[in-house]
Design a protein. Structure first.
Length: 135
């Protein structure tokens, strides 16, 4: 390998490494508050799903209405879920079966499985509040 070939190879490696550090999948911080009927959502999860289909969804916990999540820039669908204990049920169909909590989704489907929520994530830190209604 000649000196010129080695130098050219090194330049190509430097360009490739530099380009990979400037991708659109860089993480950006979105934080805010989620309310339900005007009150902070006590507990739940928030998921940002990039609409381009190229990147993986990102999840974060919602605690006392607050969330912070690191996501790639670009348009995302937003899914918000909140579990609600509605009773007890047996784990098995036997007389001595232990009981577990029966859980249902507190929020309407338009906020999760059939979400209507979208948010255009921009580079850097930003605040996005979600004001949800139970009906």
């Amino acid at each position: 390998m000649t000196e010129l070939t080695r130098s050219l190879a090194l330049v190509l490696v430097v360009i490739a490494v530099g380009a990979s550090g400037c991708s659109d999948s860089a993480k950006n911080v979105v934080s805010g508050e989620v309310t339900l009927d005007g009150k902070p959502l006590e507990k739940g999860t928030i998921r940002f799903v990039p609409t381009d289909g190229k990147l993986q969804p990102t999840d974060a916990e919602i605690t006392q209405g607050k969330y912070t999540i690191s996501v790639p820039a670009g348009e995302s669908k937003v899914e918000i879920r909140a579990p609600k204990v509605v009773g007890k049920m047996k784990m098995y169909d036997t007389p001595d079966s232990p009981s577990v909590d029966k859980i249902e989704e507190l929020l309407p489907a338009k906020y999760n499985s059939n979400t209507e929520l979208k948010y255009p994530v921009t580079k850097g830190s930003q605040t996005k509040n979600f004001e949800l209604q139970s009906k």
